[in-house]
Ligand binder design. Structure first.
Ligand SMILES: [Ca+2]
Ligand SMILES: [Ca+2]
Ligand SMILES: [Zn+2]
Length: 511
C-alpha cells in the first residue's frame, strides 16, 4: 500500500470587503454578507416564521432581530421561539463567512439530543435568523424508564451483523436522546460503536442506537463513507492504514502514476474549493489532504474514514483504479467538508443528502478541473473509472438518477430503508435541474425549472450545507433552507423560485 500526503497550501485568500458594504447598498450577486440583502433586521421587527416542522409544528427557521449573538439570554429566547424551552444548548462549532453561523448542541436531562442542533446566524453581533430540527419540546422518557442495560443493548447491536463482520462493540456506549421515527417524541437510546470489516475489506465503524426502553434497534449509522455501494466481493486481503509515505507536498512525481495522478486530483479539489467557495481545505484551516492508494487487492471501492481517503485498484472489470478519478476523489473529500459543517447523519434522509453533497461537489470540482466547462461527464459519477470495457456509462447519473436502475428520482418513492447512495438521487436531480433547467427526465412531475447555472447552484448548496443544514436535515428542510441560502446570497426572486421549483420537480414539498 502506498500513500500520498498533501500538506496544506497557505491561504492567500483575503476577506472580501463585505463589511464595508452597507446592506442597503449591496446589490445582488455573490456576497457573503449572510442575510437577506434587502434590509437588515431592526429591533422591534416582528419575528418571521419561515418554515415549521410538519409534525411538531415547531418553527424550523425564523428571521428577525433576535438579540445579541452568543448572549445566553438571546440564545435562550431563540430556542424558546423555536419551541425548545425544556432543553439546554451549548455552543459546539462556528462557521464565519462574513456572517457567523453558530451551531449549538441540544441537551435534554443532561443528555445530548442527536440531530437536535440549533444554528444561530448573526452579523455584526446581531442575530438575524435561526434554524434547527427536533427543537420542539417533544416528550422524552426520563432515565428512570430505562429497561435495557448497556450490556443488553450491546448484545442487541451486535446481533444485526454477520459473525465474520463483527469485531468489537461497546467501547463508547453512552446514553442520548434521538427523535423517534414518528417525529412525535424523543427516544432515550444507548449509542454503541461497533467495529469490524466487510468481506471485501471495507472497514466497519458504525454507531448503533438501541432504544433503552424497548430494546429495539433505532438506527445504524456508518461512519465509513464509501464513494459507491459495494457490489462485488472479490478478495478479503486485510490492510493497515495509512501505509508508507511516498509523496508529500512539493515533491517530484514518483515512478507510480497512480500516486501522481491522485496527487493532482487532490490539488484540483483543493483549488476548486478555494476558488469557488473560499474554503481552505476540508477543515477551512489548511488541513492536510491524505490519501492511501492500492488498498487491498482488486478492491472495487474508495472510502473516507473520517481522516483520509482510501482507494482500491479496482478489479479491471467493474472499476479501474479509483484513485485516478477526479469526481471520486472530490466525492470522498466532500464527506470531510460535510463532517466539519452540517455533519449530516449518514442514514435516512440526511444520509441521502450527505451522499448527494458528495456526488454534487465531486462533479462541481470536476467541472472546475475541466476549465469550468459543463459536459455530459459533469452529470455522471465515476465515469472515468467505471466499467473500463463499456464506454459512456457511469456509477450514478445526476441528470437521470433512475438510469442506474436503483437510484431514486422522486421523493414520494422514498422510504426509510433506501440506501443513502440511492436516495441521494432525489437531491442530485434537484441540483441538476437548478443548474441546467428543464423538467423531470421521466415526467414524474410537470414542474418546469429555469436553470441558474452550475456555479450559482453550487453556491446555494454549499452555503446551505456549510451554514444552515443540521445533522438531521430532511429533504423538506433542504428545500426550505436552500431557498434561504439563495436569498442570503442576494439572488433574485426568479432565482429563488428556481431553487423552489427544482425541489418541487423531484417531488419535495408542495408549494
Ligand atoms: Ca463526472
Ligand atoms: Ca465505463
Ligand atoms: Zn460517499
Amino acid at each position: 500500500m502506498k500513500i500520498t500526503v498533501r500538506s496544506h497550501r497557505r491561504a492567500t485568500f483575503a476577506l472580501l470587503p463585505i463589511l464595508a458594504c452597507a446592506p442597503l447598498a449591496c446589490s445582488g450577486g455573490s456576497d457573503a454578507a449572510g442575510q437577506d440583502p434587502a434590509r437588515p433586521p431592526a429591533v422591534g421587527d416582528p419575528v418571521e416564521v419561515v418554515a415549521r416542522d410538519g409534525i411538531s409544528l415547531a418553527p424550523t427557521y425564523i428571521k428577525g432581530n433576535l438579540g445579541t449573538a452568543r448572549a445566553a439570554a438571546a440564545v435562550e429566547s431563540v430556542a424558546s421561539l423555536l419551541g425548545a424551552r425544556t432543553s439546554r444548548f451549548e455552543l459546539a462549532s462556528s462557521v464565519r463567512d462574513g456572517a457567523v453561523h453558530d451551531r449549538y448542541t441540544q441537551f435534554r436531562n443532561a443528555r445530548i439530543v442527536l440531530g437536535g442542533e440549533l444554528v444561530v446566524h448573526s452579523r455584526n453581533g446581531v442575530i438575524y435568523a435561526a434554524n434547527g430540527d427536533g427543537l420542539g419540546d417533544l416528550p422524552a422518557p426520563a432515565e428512570a424508564a430505562i429497561a435495557i442495560s448497556a450490556p443488553a443493548a450491546i448484545s442487541a447491536a451486535v446481533s444485526i451483523y454477520a459473525p465474520e463482520q463483527y469485531a468489537a462493540a461497546g467501547a463508547k456506549t453512552e446514553l442520548a436522546y434521538r427523535r423517534a421515527a414518528n417525529g412525535k417524541e424523543l427516544l432515550l437510546v444507548h449509542t454503541i460503536t461497533v467495529t469490524g470489516a466487510q468481506t471485501d475489506g471495507t472497514p466497519i465503524v458504525d454507531t448503533v442506537l438501541v432504544d433503552a426502553v424497548s430494546g429495539s434497534i433505532v438506527d445504524r449509522i456508518p461512519t465509513i463513507h464509501t464513494a459507491r455501494n459495494r457490489e462485488l466481493h472479490d478478495l478479503k486481503n486485510k490492510t493497515s492504514l495509512p501505509g508508507a509515505t511516498v509523496r508529500i507536498e512539493g515533491q517530484e512525481p514518483t515512478s507510480d502514476s497512480v500516486v501522481n495522478t491522485n496527487y493532482d486530483r487532490l490539488g484540483t479539489t483543493y483549488d476548486a474549493y478555494k476558488e469557488l467557495f473560499g474554503r481552505d481545505s476540508l477543515d477551512d484551516a489548511g488541513g492536510k489532504l491524505i490519501s492511501s492508494v492500492h488498498y487491498s487487492t482488486n478492491y472495487n471501492n474508495a472510502y473516507w474514514n473520517g481522516r483520509q481517503m482510501v482507494y482500491g485498484d479496482g478489479d479491471g472489470r467493474t472499476f479501474s483504479n479509483l484513485a485516478n478519478s477526479l469526481d471520486v476523489t472530490a466525492h470522498e473529500l466532500t464527506h470531510g467538508v460535510t463532517s466539519k459543517t452540517s455533519n449530516l447523519t449518514y442514514s435516512g434522509e440526511s444520509g441521502g443528502l450527505n451522499e448527494a453533497m458528495s456526488d454534487i461537489f465531486g462533479n462541481v470540482v470536476e467541472y472546475y478541473g475541466a476549465g469550468k466547462v459543463v459536459s455530459d461527464d459533469t452529470w455522471k459519477v465515476g465515469e472515468d473509472v467505471y466499467t473500463p470495457s463499456t464506454a459512456g456509462d457511469a456509477l450514478r447519473y445526476l441528470n437521470d438518477p433512475a438510469k442506474d436502475k436503483r437510484s431514486l428520482d422522486y421523493y414520494p418513492d422514498y422510504s426509510s430503508g433506501v440506501d443513502v447512495h440511492y436516495s441521494s438521487g432525489i437531491a442530485n436531480l434537484a441540483f441538476y435541474l437548478l443548474s441546467q433547467g428543464g423538467t423531470h427526465p421521466r415526467g414524474k412531475t410537470d414542474v418546469k425549472v429555469t436553470g441558474i447555472g452550475i456555479e450559482k447552484a453550487a453556491q446555494v448548496f454549499y452555503r446551505a450545507n456549510t451554514t444552515i443544514f443540521t445533522s438531521s436535515t430532511s429533504f423538506a428542510n433542504a428545500k426550505t433552507w436552500t431557498e434561504q441560502a439563495a436569498k442570503e446570497l442576494g439572488y433574485t426572486d426568479d432565482e429563488v423560485t428556481s431553487v423552489r421549483n427544482a425541489w418541487l420537480a423531484v417531488g419535495v414539498g408542495t408549494e
